[in-house]
Design a protein around this ligand. Structure first.
Ligand code: AHM
Ligand code: MG
Length: 334
């Protein structure tokens, strides 16, 4: 079979981008290649999750006090391992680990990036064969090269991200990543085991008709959010709606769909959890970066997500993210 040589693999694409940026060192391309390798390994295990004894609880709870599934741990090890063995990352922080890890060897200490990730998001969906994902954000370290990364390298505002992305292990496996230059999507071609360009230059439609929220918490949401949800349901009377409600409960899949089709995803604070559930550093910031580069918006209800000054690695934040005009509508209600 002849492959269309105009369609680039992830590695070919990042190298092509590199050629267009004078003085670039290739470190980011190599970091993305490491992430792609870990994603392929995780993908193999996710695909056979029903067959092997990898389902169910690992018997421990993570730093947020939630049950840890075995695949979460496996994914965490793969992403941390690939970045540790690579040459572009000085350290990582993960939703699964209490504290950041500085790799602290001669090569890693010379690296200019750190990476924060949620290795397997939506893990509550693993044992029922629903799509799950990985989310990552890459920052340029702020401390001097030559020494181990410190907490200051990780606790940066989201707008300092150099790149951010996600992998969705779905009906096909996709890796989508953004730099300031644009958002591009790659689908894993199982025949060659490579992520291959499938969605070049993704833009989030400014309008949409999908809203994604956990309706079960309705009466615990702020009044403005309740008003907006009601507006989404009443759209029919105004302009031919109503909006469609779609909520998988896997943020990666929910936001991926809304990014492509247009829509809004909300995880508000509730009366009993005012900061909501999602983690600023591992979930909100990477998606806020991706959506903004694609032309969408992301806030915590009052502030732009990317401008929040983080104080701790595992802090949570309410999250509203999606198509520009739907975000405007929401803000009118808030
Ligand atoms: P996790 O990191 O423990 O997997 O939780 C995050 C997930 C998101 O993917 C999803 O949007 C959300 O939890 C769903 O939560 P809920 O069941 O409260 O609606
Ligand atoms: Mg998560």
């Amino acid at each position: 079979m002849n492959y269309n040589r105009k369609i680039l693999t992830l590695d070919e694409f990042t190298i092509q981008q590199l050629r267009e940026i004078p003085h670039s060192t290739g470190e980011l391309s190599s970091l993305l290649r490491d992430l792609g390798l870990a994603a392929k390994r995780v993908n193999v295990e996710v695909n056979k999750a029903g067959l092997v004894d990898i389902l169910g609880d690992a018997g421990s709870i993570n730093v947020q006090g939630e049950d840890v599934k075995k695949l979460d741990l496996y994914a965490n090890d793969q992403f941390m391992g690939a970045l540790r063995h690579g040459i572009s990352c000085a350290g990582i922080a993960s939703e699964e680990l209490d504290d950041f890890v500085a790799f602290d060897d001669v090569v890693s200490n010379q690296s200019k990036y750190v990476c924060l990730f949620d290795p397997l998001d939506g893990s509550g969906n693993i044992d029922v064969n629903v799509s799950i994902g990985t989310i990552f954000g890459v920052y340029r370290r702020v401390t001097e090269k030559g020494s181990p990364a410190t907490k200051a390298d990780f606790l940066q505002q989201g707008l300092k991200q150099v790149a951010a992305g996600y992998i969705v292990y779905g009906s096909s496996t996709m890796l989508v990543y953004a730099t300031r230059r644009g958002v591009n999507g790659f689908t894993l071609d199982p025949s060659i085991g490579e992520f291959t360009m499938s969605n070049p230059d993704i833009k989030c439609p400014p309008d949409g008709n999908i809203y994604s929220v956990n309706h079960g918490h309705f009466f615990r949401y702020p009044k403005g959010v309740q008003d907006y949800i009601t507006l989404c349901q009443k759209k029919e009377k105004e302009n031919g709606g109503p909006y469609t409600q779609r909520y998988i409960g896997s943020m990666v899949s929910d936001v991926h769909r809304n990014l492509i089709k247009g829509g809004i995803f909300m995880y508000p604070g509730t009366t009993n959890k005012p900061q909501g559930k999602l983690r600023l550093m591992y979930e909100c910031n990477p998606f806020a970066f991706i959506l903004e580069v694609a032309g969408g918006r992301a806030t915590d209800g009052t502030r732009r997500i990317l401008e929040i000054e983080p104080t701790e690695l595992h802090q949570r934040s309410p999250m509203y993210i999606g198509s520009r005009h739907m975000m405007d509508e929401l803000e009118d209600c808030l």
